[in-house]
Design a protein around this ligand. Structure first.
Ligand SMILES: Nc1ncnc2c1ncn2[C@@H]1O[C@H](COP(=O)(O)OP(=O)(O)O)[C@@H](O)[C@H]1O
Ligand SMILES: [Mg+2]
Length: 322
């Protein structure tokens, strides 16, 4: 089998200060192949963003990778120096964030921001970079590239800004794109358009995509594989079809029941009561035990290990597959 584009093995990420350390991502493993999409799903506070920022080496202060390997095309990124990493970011690895309004600079035109991104990484002239920027705006489905090129971000809608962010991310033909909640701030129709666009660019450029979302509905028709994260750990990991149709972890089942359907825009009928535990006070046994409808004494006392209940289907639950 070909080597995966990204192969993350036992990633551990901690926040620490003089007195304490808290683990936000705990022995997380995942891989992404060229042209494929991995979905990372979980409620807010599960560690999804920190997992992505660990790979990008853009962790906030006091956060650091404390264990594991991050192999990108076979090369471990963990020991890389900032300079080398900067070269990789933008050229090989790119990331788009939840709120495009926050990520774009409000005082520069859209065009100048894309041109800047191109010039930082490619040995081209300004004129060429401008042409490339216009082509990118057209490629991300913007009907009037010239006009948007001259606009300031605040003059554009949220969906339009997200397209611009995707254009910037694509500007250097990255091999791998992290999309962190790229549609959360958008209304349902625009969400679907942005997902279509991600699918299109993935297929066209044979990019690997890691799509991060709290909404299983969003990954269900774009991801090849899904990891369900809870409180820093992978709870279930399988092909999208298995996750959607044969979930084995009570948390995944809860997420499926509470996922709004993209096309139907139905009200949330169920939601899982409670919240993801704080990294500073994790339950002793299974991390989900405080909210799990099936939890018993074993779950409260002993943390389950991940087990492979069918080929390629990993579940961290004492009772899965039995
Ligand atoms: N700058 C920070 N300092 C300390 N803890 C943080 C910081 N940023 C995030 N965390 C904690 O790390 C955990 C994972 O956060 P995050 O990766 O942002 O979750 P998600 O993206 O799944 O919502 C959370 O418990 C959060 O409180
Ligand atoms: Mg996040």
């Amino acid at each position: 089998m070909a080597e995966p584009l990204l192969d993350v093995q036992n990633l551990e990420m901690v926040f620490e200060n003089k007195y304490q350390a808290f683990t936000a991502v705990d022995h997380l493993s995942f891989s992404v192949e060229k042209g494929q999409t991995l979905g990372i799903v979980g409620e807010s506070g599960s560690g999804k963003t920190m997992a992505a920022l660990s790979v990008m080496k853009l962790l906030p202060n006091q956060g650091r990778v404390s264990g594991g390997k991050i192999l990108f095309e076979g090369k471990d990124l963990v020991p890389l120096k900032d300079r080398e990493m900067q070269r990789l970011r933008g050229r090989e690895l790119a990331m788009i964030f939840q709120d495009p309004m926050m990520s774009l600079d409000q005082v520069y035109t859209v065009g100048s921001q894309i041109v800047e991104a191109i010039l930082t990484h490619e040995p081209v002239g300004k004129k060429q970079a401008e042409e490339r920027a216009l082509a990118l705006l057209a490629a991300v489905g913007i009907a009037h590239p010239q006009r948007v090129f001259r606009s300031y971000p605040f003059e554009l809608s949220g969906g339009m800004c997200q397209r611009v962010m995707i254009a910037i991310a694509l500007s250097c033909n990255p091999k791998l794109l992290f999309a962190d909640e790229p549609t959360t701030a958008l209304d349902v129709t625009v969400q679907a358009q942005i997902l279509d666009l991600l699918r299109k660019v993935r297929d066209e450029y044979q990019m690997g995509i890691v799509l991060i979302t709290h909404d299983l509905g969003v990954v269900s028709d774009i991801a090849d594989r899904v990891i369900v994260m809870y409180a820093g750990k992978s709870m279930e990991d399988a092909s999208t079809d298995v996750i959607m149709n044969h979930p084995a972890h009570p948390y995944t089942m809860g997420l499926i029941q509470s996922a709004p359907k993209l096309e139907e825009q139905v009200e949330r009928l169920h939601s899982i009561e409670g919240a993801v535990p704080d990294i500073r006070s994790m339950p002793k046994g299974c991390r989900f035990c405080t909210r799990c409808p099936q939890a018993n004494d074993l779950c409260r006392e002993t943390e389950p290990q991940a087990k492979e209940i069918a080929p390629g289907h990993f579940v961290r639950c004492h009772y899965a597959g039995s």
